[in-house]
Design a binder for this molecule. Structure first.
Ligand SMILES: Cc1cc2nc3c(=O)[nH]c(=O)nc-3n(C[C@H](O)[C@H](O)[C@H](O)COP(=O)(O)OP(=O)(O)OC[C@H]3O[C@@H](n4cnc5c(N)ncnc54)[C@H](O)[C@@H]3O)c2cc1C
Length: 399
């Protein structure tokens, strides 16, 4: 039977005999495990049954955001005073891991809760926090962050969207591309140039209500994976943004953006390792059921050698990631370590998913199989949150 959900294998331990497949993890307490259980049940009950429909539609409906908010998935790090649980990065990681294990790449709760919300939490003033964070925690305000432009992605300092101040407003003109949650989003953290002459030092961040006149949500781009999350092209045509919607000071945006990069890279890495574990668990189970030439596919030496290599590498990655999660929860993970995590785990993820797909034979190429969708979804992990080439640059510079 094809496993189209990924749920069947969640947290099973297919290693036969006395040795469990993975080493026990020691970064969680019993409260964490209870929360994990509730997240897993929410995903299985509320997301996976409709997931294929969302993939076909190219986005998930708004209602799932409100349900996720009510179930406590969106506000793990949002302060209690603003409707969240104020629980910290270990809890964030649990949500990301469970979404990764289930193969639920859409809607992009990750970007909303762990990339946009932290900017508001760290740099928003009281009025901004009170205005936006409660809705972000309960899922009634969906957020996006718009940095990338048609002519500048890796080279973020080259953005050309301008915000010219006129009295108590900024007049914004330009466009953005590849914006996750860009179609469903209500709030956009927009990266603009308030001084074109200053390069990176002329960048500012604006909190924009996406219903404002002059803000156009254009196409929902068709992608090779992550199909249940929307990815938009945006246009701004004399869009007026009140000065009080600026996050941080004028021309201070670059510093703020840089401070978010550690977390942005870690969340991609957290998801990558969780997906690798689930993929190996499923593939071990599959190859033990599937027969060829009168024996189990698992019994071919090639299968066991392939799986042995990958399980070993993923176990090492898990150990490193747990260290990163703990470090970041304590505010101690540095830029290089986060880049190493993102680089190594997403390269490994591609390798693991490709090998696991191969071990599924033709079934592995079929969209109804979990492994096929994971293979397609994973590809972007080497591209966004800074490409892996940029990760190597960053690591290299520090040596
Ligand atoms: C599905 C998806 C969702 C996304 N979501 C968002 C979002 O929500 N918000 C947002 O702002 N952006 C988003 N992005 C954009 C993403 O962050 C960029 O695509 C990424 O940063 C790469 O930029 P680019 O596409 O312009 O590639 P380019 O910068 O044009 O890179 C092309 C190639 O050149 C290489 N390269 C570039 N510079 C160097 C260098 N210095 N040294 C060596 N190699 C280099 C790159 O590694 C890459 O291989 C998303 C992208 C995708 C695909």
């Amino acid at each position: 039977m094809p496993d189209t959900t990924g749920a069947a294998s969640a947290h099973t331990r297919p290693g036969e005999g006395a040795i469990p497949l993975w080493l026990p993890r020691n970064i969680f307490e019993s409260e964490h495990e209870m929360f994990r259980d509730s997240v897993r049940r929410f995903i299985a009950a509320e997301m996976l049954p409709d997931y294929p429909k969302w993939e076909e539609a190219g986005m998930a409906p708004r209602e799932i955001w409100a349900k996720a908010g009510a179930a406590g998935l969106l506000g793990t790090s949002i302060p209690a005073a603003h409707g969240g649980a104020e629980a910290g990065f270990v809890y964030d990681s649990i949500v990301i891991e469970e979404l990764g294990r289930a193969g639920a790449s859409g809607p992009s709760f990750d970007l909303h809760s762990y990339i946009v919300a932290p900017f508001l939490i760290k740099f928003g003033n009281d009025e901004q926090k009170q205005r936006w964070l409660p809705g972000m925690a309960d899922g009634t305000t969906i957020s996006s962050v718009a940095m990338t432009e048609p002519d500048s992605g890796s080279d973020l300092a080259a953005v050309r969207t301008t915000a010219i101040r006129k009295g108590d407003r900024y007049i914004v003109n330009g466009s953005k591309i590849f914006i996750t949650n860009g179609i469903v989003g209500d709030l956009c953290l927009l990266v603009v140039k308030t001084d074109m002459a200053l390069g990176a030092k002329g960048v500012s961040l604006l909190l924009v209500d996406t219903k404002s006149p002059g803000y156009t949500k254009s196409r929902n781009l068709k992608k090779i994976g992550n199909k249940a999350q929307d990815t938009a092209v945006l246009y701004f045509d004399d869009l007026e943004v009140p000065v009080e919607n600026r996050l941080g000071g004028e021309n201070e945006g670059w510093r703020l953006l840089m401070s978010g990069l550690v977390q942005e890279r870690l969340i991609v890495a957290v998801r990558a390792v969780a997906t690798c574990e689930a993929a190996l668990e499923q593939t071990i189970a599959y190859t033990k059921e599937r027969k060829a030439f009168g024996k189990r596919v698992f019994d071919f030496q090639n299968t066991r050698f392939t799986l042995a290599d990958l399980v070993t590498e993923v176990q090492i990655a898990r150990t490193f990631m747990d260290r990163c999660i703990t470090l970041h929860a304590e505010g101690e993970c540095d830029m290089r370590t986060a880049a190493m995590a993102k680089l190594s785990t997403t390269e490994l993820q591609q390798k693991v998913l490709d090998a696991c797909l191969q071990l599924h034979g033709g079934n592995g190429y079929m969209w109804e199989y979990w492994i096929a969708r994971q293979w397609a979804d994973a590809r972007v992990h080497r591209i966004y949150a800074g490409t892996n080439e940029i990760m190597k640059e960053l690591i290299g510079r520090t040596l």
